[in-house]
Design a protein around this ligand. Structure first.
Ligand code: CP
Length: 319
């Protein structure tokens, strides 16, 4: 693997190999006091985040450190980006400084792909840590790892993705990965929060959460992305200017305790975080045993270790 930019067109065998590597790393590290493997000693990983992040940035840093890579964190605020340096020049600078891998989060859809193009021939790999409304491939991989743990597999499982699909790179990456791994994906959202061209995606669509819940093996709740609702910060508040209102959204699409009881007993509740408790998910649901939200975060470290391993340890070592 040279770069990880998207799950669309990611070979399902390669995705499964990454998930298997993550499983192996998790088992290797289980119960160890010192979680350190020598695998990436001498390799340099740079995280470059132009948008806020807790889970993705921290888990990539921990993943790199647990693999003995040197990890350098660059934030837009504390770097020469603040002086007007372009993304291209920043990337070329980091590559010239010795980065073997650049992990980038950026508000523009397609930014990671552009970066990979600019770094062609330098030997520096690029990982997309979330680009605008496009993709967040390592989130989908960690969600798949969590579903494999909780459900024993993904093939033929029915997974509901609920809420603000329109703005969600998490949804897009999960749609492609889960369907490639054999799941049936159903999008459950108001018409105004579904993307144009949804008919071309490998999904079914529903607007009725209560009707869908009894037939789901897992339900993935999405955060309402107020920051991407252009013009939404009108005089009526941060959710003004789009339909449904925050209250209507929560009533129709929020996962509350009554709805949790509609799910089959074995079903899993996922949320990529950060959660808006009381909006898309009730606090009691987020903390219920069927919720796998902290498992997702734990698996995120092992999955990101596996991604770095497949990118930087070489194909032979990664088998
Ligand atoms: N799920 C996710 O991407 O979280 P962060 O924004 O905290 O990285």
């Amino acid at each position: 693997m040279k770069h990880l930019l998207a799950t669309e067109n990611l070979d399902p065998d390669l995705a499964t190999a990454v998930l298997d590597t993550a499983d192996g790393l998790k088992r290797t590290l289980l119960g160890r006091e010192v979680r350190k493997l020598p695998t990436l000693r001498g390799r340099t990983v740079v995280t470059m985040f132009y948008e806020n992040s807790t889970r993705t940035r921290v888990s990539f840093e921990i993943a790199g450190k647990w693999m003995s890579a040197d990890v350098v964190n660059v934030s837009a605020g504390g770097s020469s980006v603040g002086k007007g340096e372009s993304l291209r020049d920043t990337a070329l600078t980091l590559s010239a400084a010795g980065a073997d891998c650049v992990i980038v989060r950026h508000p523009a859809s397609g930014a990671a792909q552009r970066l990979a193009g600019w770094l062609e021939g330098t030997g520096t790999s690029v990982v997309n840590a979330g680009d605008g409304m496009h993709e967040h491939p390592t989130q989908a991989l960690l969600d798949a790892a969590t579903l494999r743990d909780r459900l024993g597999g993904i093939k033929d499982r029915r997974i509901g993705i609920v809420g603000d699909v329109l703005h969600s790179r998490v949804a897009r990456s999960n749609i492609h990965l889960l369907s490639a791994l054999g799941a049936e994906v159903v999008l459950i959202a108001p018409p105004t929060l579904l993307p144009a061209g949804v008919g071309a995606l490998p999904v079914t669509v529903s607007h009725d959460l209560d009707a869908e819940l009894p037939a789901l093996d897992a339900v993935m709740m999405l955060r309402v992305q107020a920051e991407r609702l252009a013009g939404a910060a009108g005089p009526g508040g941060k959710f003004a200017g789009f339909f449904p209102s925050a209250r209507e959204y929560s009533i129709a699409y929020g996962l509350n305790e009554a709805r949790l009881r509609l799910l089959p007993e074995h079903a899993v509740v996922l949320h990529p975080g950060p959660m808006l408790r009381g909006m898309e998910i009730a606090s009691a649901v987020a903390d219920a045993p069927s919720a796998a939200i902290t498992d997702q975060v734990r698996n995120g470290v092992h999955v990101r270790m596996a991604v770095l391993y497949h990118l930087l340890a070489g194909e032979e070592d990664a088998k």
